[in-house]
Structure formats: structure tokens, C-alpha cells
Design a binder for this molecule. Sequence first.
Ligand code: NAD
Ligand code: UGA
Length: 451
Amino acid sequence: MKITIIGTGYVGLVTGACLAELGNDVFCLDVDQRKIDLLNNGGIPIHEPGLEEVVARNRAAGRLRFSTDVAASVEHGEVQFIAVGTPPDEDGSADLQYVLAAARNIGRYMTGFKVVVDKSTVPVGTGDRVRIALQEQLQARGVDAGFTVVSNPEFLKEGAAVEDFMRPDRIVIGHDSTPEGLQAAALMKRLYAPFNRNHERTFWMDVRSAEFTKYAANAMLATRISFMNELANLADNVGVDIEAVRRGIGSDPRIGHSFLYAGAGYGGSCFPKDVQALERTARQYEQDLHILRAVETVNDKQKLVLGRKLLSRFGAYLGGKHFAIWGLAFKPNTDDMREAPARVLIRQLLDAGATVAVYDPVAMDEARRVLALDLSAAELARVRFASSPMDTLDGAEALVIVTEWKAFRSPDFGQIKAALKHAVVFDGRNLFEPDVMAELGFEYHGIGRSV
Ligand code: NAD
Ligand code: UGA
């Protein structure tokens, strides 16, 4: 099938590469010339396990192309996926300018029937706005070409994006019941047939319900995390081990084990913005989403918890004190630092007068970029970008772990103890067992583990 992907970011690039892997002829469009040049030169703009190989294989096979040529991209695909960003606007609602620009571009150049698929995360009703934006362009040109808008939200996780796309637990498709909508549904069925071979994973619905399903999923996952973080903070006060509690409740199949890990707060490009956008949608209908408002507040506070623990251990003024930080990306297996809890922690420690040495297995370049934006030159001078985990430790009052990279799970504790000024570990992701750490001679602070 001939497919166009508009927007070659996390979702667009993974979708394009994986659909090419299934044998489709894929044209990826982006407005970012540097990104397109990099991809055309065999580079890859993001760190995502397995993606480089899939991109290289399919480029070599001629099934995957990258371009900034809008007219050619519209001409190419019978199915046009919109996978551009939907960042938060100033009021927290989703900024649809990129989605609508992509829709207008399709209307500006299309000559025959197109299925326009919204893969970006967009508020309920966006399908209608995309249809109107596209229709206006067709009318201005006096062209009578048929099209329909489908909603096909994406559920992949960064760090596991290729695996999630290739082995989806569900495919949600919202379409109209018009003849064009039914024609689009048949095309989508054919496109996704390889994923449904063993059992049917597609859920068919109307466009608005599909748009809503995406927000409901992210909001539910964010709620679980904030709920556990709030319980973890109580566990700290009452002398309970939240990890024992997590296992105890997760074993109930009605609750399940995933997304119950207390920690330094959720980050990333999606949970924070999607929770806000759903709240904003509700407010437009004069409804208050009380639970989601609390989810957001709890998360904002949770990102401060590690720093607060440090301040209460070492004092409110940290001048002359140095700390080692492991993990900068918002989660393991990605170099993405959007809304990363590490950024909040670094700000807290610098504000209190400390110096820090930081390390992340893949996000060092991104850290240099975002911290240069977050911090003044004088503040940045108090951050040392280390070359390895052990390189952060010399003379540090404590080691602070913010992201649960596998490489941090079995460190040489003897070496850590020898290098640190005090044998103190603040573990923002509960990687270690408190009793084992005590036996090893460490003062250990987890999240919700003050047993
Ligand atoms: P991103 O910022 O990584 O990529 C968006 C790309 O779109 C950029 O490369 C940008 O240059 C390009 N772009 C913007 N306007 C364009 C236009 N008019 N024509 C062509 N290209 C254009 O964004 P992302 O993380 O891939 O997210 C895309 C959407 O998917 C968002 O709505 C997001 O909420 C959703 N989503 C993201 C993830 C994720 O893990 N990142 C997962 C599921 C859903
Ligand atoms: C999330 C969803 O999991 C995807 O299904 C969705 O497609 C995506 O958002 C999106 O819409 O963009 P992602 O943000 O890539 O994916 O990563 P997650 O694994 O969900 O982690 C998000 C944050 O929650 C991370 O900061 C992580 O550390 C935190 N988290 C996760 C916890 O604190 N506890 C947990 O138990 C799980």
C-alpha cells in the first residue's frame, strides 16, 4: 500500500519504518530539513532501540523515503497519516496548529481520493476540524476530490516503540459510517491485517470515541502512578514498604502489576500534556475533572520529593556540597528529557547552592542542550557532565538515582562507597532493597520505603 507519514518524529518515524517493514511503500514528510537530511544520510534523530536497523533495512529496500516535498508527499499516499506534534498551548489545551497545517497541505495538493488518518493525540472534535481545514483548501482550488478523516491514535511507549508498534495490544480505529468512511475502514483493515493474523486486535468505533480513548488511556496510566506516589509518601510517614504493597495489590488481576511503580514522578512528552489537555477539554464543557487535577498536582509535587529528601538530610543550604546524579532521561532506553524529573532535581539542588555531576547512558547530548536552556551560564558552570556513572562520584555527599537504567541496577557498591564522601544513596526509582543496602553499609533513602 502507498502510505504517507506527515511528521517524522517519534511516532511518525516509528510508524513509517514499521509499516515499510511490513512491505508498504512509505513516504515520510517533515518540515525540518535537518532531520530529513540526517535520515537521508543514514542517521537517526532519536535513540530508540531497534529503530536504526528497521530504518536502514527499509531505506535500502527502497520502501522508505524521507523528504520535505509536500506536493510529492500528498501525491504519494492513498493513506495520509498525520503524526505531527500536539504540544500544550499556554492554557494547557492541545495546540493543533501543526495538525491543521498538515491537513491544509493535503487539501492544497490532492487530486484524488485520500484517507486522512489522525495519529497525533488530539482532543475530541479534531477530526471535524481537520475535515473543515482540508475542505476549505479544496473549495479554494475548486477541486472536488473525495476524502475522509479517520482517527487511529498511537499507544507506543518511548524506549520500546518498535516492539510496541510491531506487537500492539490493541489498534483503535475511529471512522465515519459514510460510504467514504466505510471505504477508509476497509483500507485500514487491509493495512493492519498483519497484526490481526492470530487474533483480532482492532477496535472499531466512531472518530470522537477513538480520539477520547487515547486520552482516557494516558489519563488512567498517569492516575495509577500518582496514586502510588501519594501512597508511597504516606508509606514513608507510617513506616511501610510501598514495594511490598505494590506486589500485594498488583497480584489482584483486577488491579494488575503494571504502572504501579512509585518514583520521582512521571515525565515525558505525553502524560503531562495529555492529562492537562483532557482537563482543558472538560473545562470547555464547564466540567471539572477532579481526579485528573489531583493527578497533575500530585505529580508536580512528586518531582520535588527526591530534592526535598536531600534538603532535609543535608540542610536547606547546600553551598560547598556536591552530589552525584545518575539518570537524566525521563525514563530508560530513550534520550528524551521532555518534562524529565531530573531537570526539577537539578534546579532544586542548584537553587540550594550545591554543585552536581550528572550521567546518563544515552541522554548526555540532550542534557547539554536542555540544561543550557533551563539554567543560566553561572548555574550551568556548577553542573559537570561526567563520562561514566563512577565518574560522578568523587567527593559527592550522596548518590541520587533518578532514572532506572539497567546499567545502574548492579553497580560495584564497594567502588561507590569508596568514592563518595558519605555512603548515602537516594534512590528515586527504588532499584535496591533497603535491607541489602544497610548490610552493605549504606544509608539508603528510597521512595516509600522507610520501613
Ligand atoms: P515529535 O515532536 O517527535 O515529532 C513531530 C514532527 O512533526 C517533528 O519532526 C516536526 O518537525 C514535524 N512537523 C510539524 N509540523 C509539520 C508539518 N506541517 N508537516 C510535516 N511535518 C511537520 O512528536 P511525537 O513525539 O512523534 O508526537 C507526535 C504526536 O503523537 C503527538 O500528538 C503525541 O502526543 C503523539 N504520541 C506520541 C508518543 C510518543 O511516545 N512520543 C506516543 C503516542 C502518541
Ligand atoms: C506513555 C504511554 O505508556 C504510551 O502508551 C503512550 O502511547 C505514550 O505515553 C504517549 O501517548 O506518548 P511514554 O511516555 O513513552 O508512554 O512512557 P511510559 O513508560 O508510559 O512512562 C511515562 C512516565 O511514567 C515515565 O517518566 C516513567 O518513569 C513513569 N512511570 C511509569 C512511573 O513513574 N511509574 C510506573 O509504574 C510507570
